[in-house]
Design a protein around this ligand. Structure first.
Ligand SMILES: [Zn+2]
Length: 257
């Protein structure tokens, strides 16, 4: 809260200088969810009603709302305002150590027995592995094979990951190849991008766990995951309409600037 107050105070100062476009980025809303989601979100599996941190997220949003209101009041009349988040947040329902699963399925082999929570990079046996994954909000799967074998591994993994069930039941997973999502694929692109339970299950890349399904995040507390819908509000023209796509924002800006 202190950080946010400071940031808005700095913004108020900077507003007094000459500018054409003024951008303020506040990361606190994201962090508040990552740290306090389970204390506030009734859909979170670990939510306990009446816990002492239940009001942390609403309190933080009230602060941001108040500070944003104060900032907007300082703007000249002819300024158009756009408030936009690049994603929403939702409760984390589970954590999946995907490489552990790849090892169980025989796609990945280790050079030695991994210690608990060890990064896959330290133990992967590249000679005998055909697939390895990076974690994140979605998993990036890299296939270590060529020709027919690569095609077959990709097909098999796509199928297996799409229908993967969680310990609590069916979940909705989607698996894409980058070219299905992006107009151009550059750099060291993964072979598959896997989204589990509509982003409510977090894939992680560490190994050495008793089961591929973990109790919580593998690297410190984090109870929330990004979701597809974010926040959006605007003061002008067709930018005010509801249900816009993130990519529309660029178009609105082009027209205004
Ligand atoms: Zn985040």
């Amino acid at each position: 809260m202190e950080m946010t107050e400071l940031r808005f105070r700095a913004a108020e100062r900077l507003l007094e200088r000459g500018w054409d476009v003024f951008v303020l980025h506040e990361i606190g809303t994201d962090r508040a969810h990552h740290l306090f989601q389970k204390f506030w979100d009734v859909d979170h599996p670990q939510y306990v009603s009446g816990n002492p941190h239940e009001d942390k997220i609403p309190r933080y949003y009230r602060l941001v709302d108040e500070l944003a209101g104060r900032l907007f009041k300082k703007l000249p009349r002819d300024v158009e305002v756009l408030v936009v988040s690049d994603h929403g947040n939702q409760a984390q329902r589970g954590v999946l150590a995907l490489n552990q699963l790849l090892a169980e399925w025989g796609f990945l082999r280790f050079r030695r027995e991994p210690s608990r929570g060890e990064d896959v990079d330290a133990v992967v046996d590249w000679e005998r592995s055909v697939a390895v994954a990076w974690g994140g909000y979605y998993a990036r799967v890299f296939i270590n094979a060529v020709g027919e074998e690569a095609v077959e591994v990709k097909r098999e993994l796509k199928q297996k990951l799409s229908v993967l069930k969680a310990p609590w039941g069916y979940i909705r997973n989607v698996v894409f190849e980058p070219a299905e999502l992006y107009r151009a694929v550059r750099g060291d692109a993964p072979d598959l991008m896997a989204y589990f339970d509509s982003l409510r299950v977090r894939p992680v890349q560490t190994v050495g766990w008793e089961s591929p399904w973990l109790e919580g995040n593998d690297r410190g507390p984090d109870d929330s995951l990004h979701s597809f819908n974010g926040f959006y509000a605007a003061t002008w023209g067709d930018a005010r309409r509801k249900d816009i796509h993130a990519l529309d924002v660029a178009g609105f800006l082009e027209r205004v600037l």
